[in-house]
Design a protein around this ligand. Structure first.
Ligand code: HEC
Ligand code: HEC
Length: 196
């Protein structure tokens, strides 16, 4: 009898624990898809209509895990993004983050170049080398990572003239701008196969 019990446990344990492990895709589908869309673009009827801000595009990887975790746990005040801390266990949040980071986005550096010309060149210079405004740094030589850059572009740098562009630029536009800057850094921006 004992042997049978042990056999039963050995045979069914893996199945049972797999069933219990939170599945990022399933969680996303039940709790997030209505606003953020299956592909993470935020392109749903509800997502687009949310006030004061529509659901943001989760595809470009411009947020750190920490920032994603904070947002899922605590939500964003006064927006449609509600806190989930009481609803989701830490492991479930981890699986959700993994799932979000599996979305793919193909950057459009040419659009980034144009946006830079419209929004940033007056301070950072058309070539992004920071000559037009005193104190605006050379962004080609910036030591910030892409996520670090995205943070400054979204939220600005408090106490300086560098204001945040989160309301003006979508996540995709921010990613396009950063990709253009990084391509310039490695002198790849004139490669026709990359600019489209
Ligand atoms: C009722 C609609 C709604 C639902 C459901 C929803 N979100 Fe959001 N989410 C939003 C909105 C609106 C924002 C933008 C908030 C802002 O402007 O800062 C947002 C922002 C985010 C952000 C930050 C994006 C950024 O660029 O700042 C993350 C990450 C996120 N949501 C993940 C999730 C996850 C994961 C779920 C499911 C557990 C979820 N959301 C469910 C509406 C929603
Ligand atoms: C009104 C002038 C102004 C505009 C417009 C502006 N910036 Fe800035 N930016 C600055 C200044 C000044 C700093 C330096 C802030 C400091 O001293 O920390 C800065 C810092 C930055 C940094 C941090 C660089 C580093 O290495 O620390 C990034 C990235 C950046 N800006 C990107 C942009 C992008 C992209 C745009 C357009 C979407 C933009 N900025 C628009 C003035 C501006």
């Amino acid at each position: 009898m004992k042997v049978v019990t042990i056999l039963f446990i050995l045979l069914f344990m893996p199945v049972m624990s797999r069933a219990q492990a939170p599945d990022g895709k399933a969680l996303y589908t039940s709790d997030c898809i209505a606003c953020h869309a299956a592909d993470g673009s935020g392109n749903t009827v509800l997502g687009r209509q949310l006030l004061p801000h529509p659901a943001r595009d989760l595809r470009p990887r411009i947020l750190s895990r920490k920032e994603i975790r904070q947002t899922i746990m605590h939500g964003r005040q006064k927006t449609g993004m509600h806190p989930h801390a009481g609803k989701l266990a830490p492991l479930a949040v981890d699986r959700l983050i993994d799932y979000i980071l599996s979305f793919s986005y193909r950057a459009r550096p040419e659009r980034g170049r144009k946006l830079f010309g419209q929004q940033c060149a007056r301070c950072h210079g058309a070539d992004a080398k920071g000559r037009s405004y005193p104190g605006a740094p050379n962004l080609i030589l910036s030591e910030l990572s892409d996520i670090g850059m995205a943070h400054v572009i979204r939220h600005g740098h408090a106490g300086t003239i560098m204001g945040g562009f989160k309301a003006e630029l979508s996540n995709a536009e921010i990613a396009d701008t950063i990709v253009w800057l990084k391509l310039r850094r490695y002198r790849l921006d004139s490669n026709p196969s990359l600019a489209h």
